[in-house]
Design a protein around this ligand. Sequence first.
Ligand SMILES: Nc1ncnc2c1ncn2[C@@H]1O[C@H](COP(=O)(O)OP(=O)(O)OP(=O)(O)O)[C@@H](O)[C@H]1O
Ligand SMILES: Nc1nc2c(c(=O)[nH]1)N[C@H]1C(S)=C(S)[C@@H](COP(=O)(O)O)O[C@H]1N2
Length: 183
Amino acid sequence: MPPEPAPRLPRIAVLTVSDRASTGAYADLGGPAAEDWLRATLSCPATYHRQIVPDGATPVAGALAALADDWGADLVLVTGGTGPAPRDRTPEGLAAVIDFALPGFGEAMRAASLAEVPTAILSRQSAGVRGRTLILTLPGKPAAIATCLAAVFAAVPYCLELIGAARIDTDPKRCAAFRPKIG
Ligand SMILES: Nc1ncnc2c1ncn2[C@@H]1O[C@H](COP(=O)(O)OP(=O)(O)OP(=O)(O)O)[C@@H](O)[C@H]1O
Ligand SMILES: Nc1nc2c(c(=O)[nH]1)N[C@H]1C(S)=C(S)[C@@H](COP(=O)(O)O)O[C@H]1N2
């Protein structure tokens, strides 16, 4: 029997969507917060990439398609542009590039955030799959990132497995990944 191929290092991208962070009008705090949360939670090595685009469906869709198809992301976390303001069009950018949505992610993230702030109901955060890439969208407020990721991340490793993405492992003290037993 030939040896199993070496497992691929997971590729994880963090995409900040913000007009002002993209011009440098303020420092991007959301992207680093998402990357820090992941680095503290994953117990496996991974390749990380961060990017910032302005608000709007077109820049979001373009960046997501390139991250999935060209960079080969297994997981993309997007922060910002999920609200109802005129420039908040991250959900439309996501919808333009995914094969299908996973609405449970948005439901669980909103439920967790609603326990902290009533305006969580305004976020249209969601998730979807493009090819072998899972994309999660989160609100722009840096403080929202840990709340939202903690609410859903236990399901992320198994989701990546189901879509054929690279394997990730988590530190059970931070997040106990749930993988249903087969059979
Ligand atoms: N990437 C970020 N880094 C730091 N603070 C952020 C970031 N994204 C959002 N915020 C903060 O959260 C608030 C609400 O986020 P929201 O995405 O609605 O901002 P916004 O007013 O549309 O910002 P922008 O013009 O940058 O897109 C912002 O006003 C800002 O204070
Ligand atoms: N946990 C958490 N979720 C939150 C918030 C927050 O402060 N904490 N802000 C809400 C607000 S005020 C808005 S408008 C929406 C959308 O934010 P976005 O446009 O920055 O993505 O996220 C909501 N979700």
